[in-house]
Design a protein around this ligand. Structure first.
Ligand SMILES: NC(=O)c1ccc[n+]([C@@H]2O[C@H](COP(=O)([O-])OP(=O)(O)OC[C@H]3O[C@@H](n4cnc5c(N)ncnc54)[C@H](O)[C@@H]3O)[C@@H](O)[C@H]2O)c1
Length: 252
C-alpha cells in the first residue's frame, strides 16, 4: 500500500501561536493525524481550551512569548528533554503591529516590537530547534510569513519588513541545513478569516477580496492543510521556499 506521509504517528510537533486562528487549526489537524503536539502561545486561556479539546498533558501546553529569546531556549530545551526529540516546528505566532501609519510616523518601539515578535522570534525558534534536528538527521520547520512580505502593504511597514525578513531568512538557512535532513519553508497567506481580522472594516475586507481571483477570504483550515504538509515527511524535496495561500492573488 502507498504510504501516507502526511501522517505524524510517533512524531513530536511544536506549534506556536496555537491558542487560536491558524495555529489552533494546525494543532488540531496535526494532532488528528497522529502528532504529539506541544502548543505554545502568550494566550493561556486559548491554550487551556485547546488542551481540553485535544486532551493534551499539562506539559504539552505552555505560555511562551516568542519575542523573548531566553524563554524560547528554555521552552524548546524542555520539550526536547521530555519528548526526546523534535520532529517539526510550525511557527504561526505573529502580530500585525501598526496599521494605517506612514513610515515616518511609526514610533521605533512599535517598529522594534513587531520585528522582535515576527522576525526575531522566527530566528530564535529556528536556532533553538536546529541542534536537536541535526542530531536526529531529520527535521521540518515551517514559518507563517505573509503576502505582505512579498508585496508590501501601505501603512504597515514594520509588518512588511518582519515578513519579508522571514522569507529571506529561510532561503539561506535552508541551504545550510539541507545536508542534515532538515527542511525549512515559509508560507505566505493573503487574507484569512481568523480573530486577527475580526476588527477589519467591511470596506477593507471588500478591497482585499477584490484582489483575490477566488473572490473570498481563506479559512484557517485551508492554511493548516498546507502547514501540515510542510511539517511532514512528505515535504522532502522543497526547502527555502515560500508556499502560497492566496486564492490566486500571488502566482509567483
Ligand atoms: N489572518 C490573516 O489574514 C493572515 C494573513 C497573512 C499572514 N498571517 C499570519 O499568520 C499567522 C497566524 O495569524 P492568525 O490569523 O491565526 O492570527 P491570530 O491573531 O488569530 O493568532 C495569532 C496567535 O499568535 C499569538 N501570539 C501573538 N504574539 C505572540 C508572542 N509574542 N508569542 C507567542 N504567541 C504570540 C496570539 O496570542 C494568537 O493566539 C501570523 O503570523 C500572521 O501574521 C495571517
Amino acid at each position: 500500500m502507498t504510504e501516507n506521509k502526511v501522517n505524524f504517528d510517533g512524531q513530536v510537533v511544536i506549534v506556536t501561536g496555537a491558542a487560536r486562528g491558524i495555529g489552533a487549526a494546525t494543532a488540531r489537524l496535526v494532532a488528528a493525524r497522529g502528532a504529539k503536539v506541544f502548543a505554545f502561545d502568550i494566550n493561556r486561556d486559548g491554550l487551556l481550551e485547546l488542551q481540553k479539546e485535544l486532551s493534551l498533558a499539562d506539559n504539552q501546553i505552555g505560555t511562551l512569548d516568542i519575542g523573548d529569546q531566553d524563554s524560547i531556549t528554555t521552552t524548546i530545551n524542555a520539550v526536547a528533554q521530555s519528548a526526546g526529540k523534535i520532529d517539526a516546528l510550525i511557527n504561526t505566532a505573529g502580530i500585525v503591529g501598526p496599521t494605517n501609519v506612514k513610515v515616518e510616523n511609526v514610533s521605533w518601539p512599535d517598529f522594534e516590537n513587531t520585528l522582535r515578535v515576527n522576525l526575531f522570534g522566527t530566528i530564535w525558534l529556528t536556532q533553538a530547534v536546529i541542534p536537536y534536528m541535526k542530531s536526529a538527521k531529520y527535521g521540518r520547520i515551517a514559518h507563517v510569513a505573509s503576502i505582505a512580505g512579498k508585496e508590501g502593504n501601505p501603512g504597515m511597514s514594520p509588518y512588511n519588513v518582519s515578513k519579508s525578513g522571514m522569507i529571506g531568512f529561510i532561503k539561506g538557512v535552508a541551504k545550510e541545513i539541507a545536508p542534515d535532513g532538515i527542511v525549512i519553508n515559509a508560507l505566505a497567506p493573503a487574507v484569512i478569516s481568523t480573530p486577527m481580522n475580526a476588527d477589519t472594516s467591511d470596506e477593507t475586507l471588500k478591497y482585499m477580496i477584490s484582489r483575490i481571483p477566488m473572490g473570498r477570504v481563506g479559512q484557517a483550515d485551508e492554511v493548516a492543510e498546507i502547514l501540515a504538509f510542510m511539517g511532514s515527511s512528505a515535504c522532502s524535496f522543497t526547502t527555502g521556499f515560500t508556499f502560497d495561500a492566496s486564492g490566486g492573488r500571488a502566482t509567483y
